[in-house]
Design a protein around this ligand. Structure first.
Ligand code: FAD
Length: 411
């Protein structure tokens, strides 16, 4: 049996390893347009590669996928994060789980993750075709004809696994080619949108405190259903970023927002404290330091640089003795802390981590990853209409679906 796996990213690597393990006699072709494997895996997690998550409860893991969680259930149960962790360790990549439950190689080097696959492939008969660009795929009776750029002869195979990824970070080779291949083979593609991106604000003051981070805040978007997320975030030169912002961007991936139709968000800097508790804290500070300037008193509640912004934005009497500040100004400050408003007018174009949307999940068997439309065709990874939050969930989905696809394509 001849099988072609198109795209040597996370899903393609795992599908290939799985195919080799399931059927060592299969003739396996791994086709990658780049001159090396796993380019995106290597740069993921800031080069450290957040391989998977330390969360072991599958229901909780599945809740981290705004799209595709139901579809992923079988794959996730058959190759859960704990098994992915063991798999990499078994293949010579010791992992560690951080306090925030993100799992990384102990070496903090994404190259080691790809290296594990390269070692497996080095001792197998897999044909790795690098710098090989697939331009079209056609069904040829029971088989598939794969057209390769600059090559006169097509590659004829019995099975195809499409793992060409989404269209985020196109410089890594994921340019969305696979969507056209899937359509050509009878599939439909759900609307596509960038996800896991930073927000750009109309307000310019975030630039003044760029880099200031918070361990926990609740960010809420003023759109239908008031989507919100609680987690770490930071101010940037152009707005806000960080895990909570990425997650919220994922929840509003299909919402339009720009200068004409901004996305109004609010940031609760004290999600674990009620207005009353915060008011009591401010009162205590004022009673303790009645003759301190108000800006210095509020600087003991929020960072000084942000306190300066609050004074400026709300026109507070920052220089006045705290005991002399009126109730109206105190309430304005407290309300601001519980809902710092920002007007989001854009996102980092091309900077998003994943593509939301993809091959319609109704057309793929979640148990085998085989097409329900074109037998012999399989999918795995970001090409599918599956995407998760940051935290190792996107790679985890690619490993899990890739393993199933590789197994069932060669059984
Ligand atoms: C900067 C960044 C950081 C990230 N960090 C993390 C993280 O730490 N943890 C996490 O879980 N997720 C992370 N992600 C998301 C995660 O990397 C992806 O979801 C995952 O790599 C998708 O895997 P894939 O195999 O489906 O696609 P890809 O990894 O995109 O692989 C697709 C491959 O197909 C090849 N290809 C495409 N078209 C063709 C063609 N026509 N012919 C031949 N080859 C082709 C491409 O060159 C590419 O190598 C990150 C993403 C980015 C952009």
């Amino acid at each position: 049996m001849k099988i072609a796996i198109i795209g040597g990213g996370a899903a393609g690597l795992m599908a290939t390893a799985s195919a080799l393990e399931t059927n060592p006699d299969a003739e396996v072709f791994l086709i990658e347009r780049n001159d090396g494997l796993g380019k995106k895996v290597i740069i993921s997690g800031g080069g450290r590669c957040n391989v998977t998550t330390g969360i072991h409860d599958i229901k909780t893991v599945l809740s981290k996928y705004p799209r595709g969680h139901k579809f992923l259930a079988t794959a996730m149960h058959s190759f859960p994060p704990a098994d992915v962790y063991k798999w990499f360790e078994f293949h010579g990549v010791p992992l560690k789980t951080q306090e925030d439950l993100r799992c990384f190689p102990v070496s903090n080097d994404g190259h080691d993750v790809v290296g594990a696959f390269e070692k497996i492939f080095a001792t197998s008969a897999v044909n790795i075709l690098l710098k090989t660009h697939v331009t079209a795929i056609a069904k040829l009776g029971e088989q598939f004809s794969i057209i390769l750029r600059d090559q006169t002869e097509p590659l004829i195979v019995d099975k195809v696994i499409l793992t060409t990824g989404g269209q985020a970070y196109r410089q890594t080779g994921s340019t969305g080619d696979g969507y056209a291949f899937a359509v050509g083979l009878g599939h439909s593609i759900t609307p596509l949108a960038p996800s896991l991106n930073a927000f750009f604000s109309k307000e310019t003051w975030p630039a003044d405190i760029s880099g200031l981070s918070f361990k926990k805040a609740t960010i809420t978007a003023n759109r239908t259903g008031k989507p919100n997320f609680t987690g770490p975030f930071l101010f940037t030169h152009k707005g806000v970023s960080g895990p909570a912002v990425f997650a919220l961007s994922s929840l509003v991936a299909f919402e339009k927002y720009d200068h004409n139709l901004p996305l109004n968000i609010t940031i609760d800097l004290f999600p674990d404290q009620s207005h009353e508790q915060l008011r009591a804290l401010l009162n205590k500070k004022i009673v303790g330091s009645p003759n301190r300037e108000f800006v210095n008193v509020i600087s003991s509640i929020i960072p000084k640089s942000l306190a300066d912004i609050a004074v400026n934005e709300l026109q507070l009497p920052g220089k006045r003795f705290s005991a002399e500040v009126g109730k109206k100004d105190m309430v304005a400050f407290l309300n601001w802390c519980k809902a710092v408003p920002l007007t989001i007018v854009g996102r980092g174009a091309g900077d998003e981590f994943v593509t939301a949307g993809g091959v319609n999940l109704h057309e793929v068997n979640p148990v085998t990853m085989e097409s329900l439309i074109t037998p012999g065709l399989f999918f795995a990874g970001e090409i599918l209409d599956v995407d998760g939050f940051t935290g190792g969930f996107n790679l985890q989905a690619s490993w899990a679906a890739g393993k199933l696809a590789g197994k069932h394509a060669t059984m």
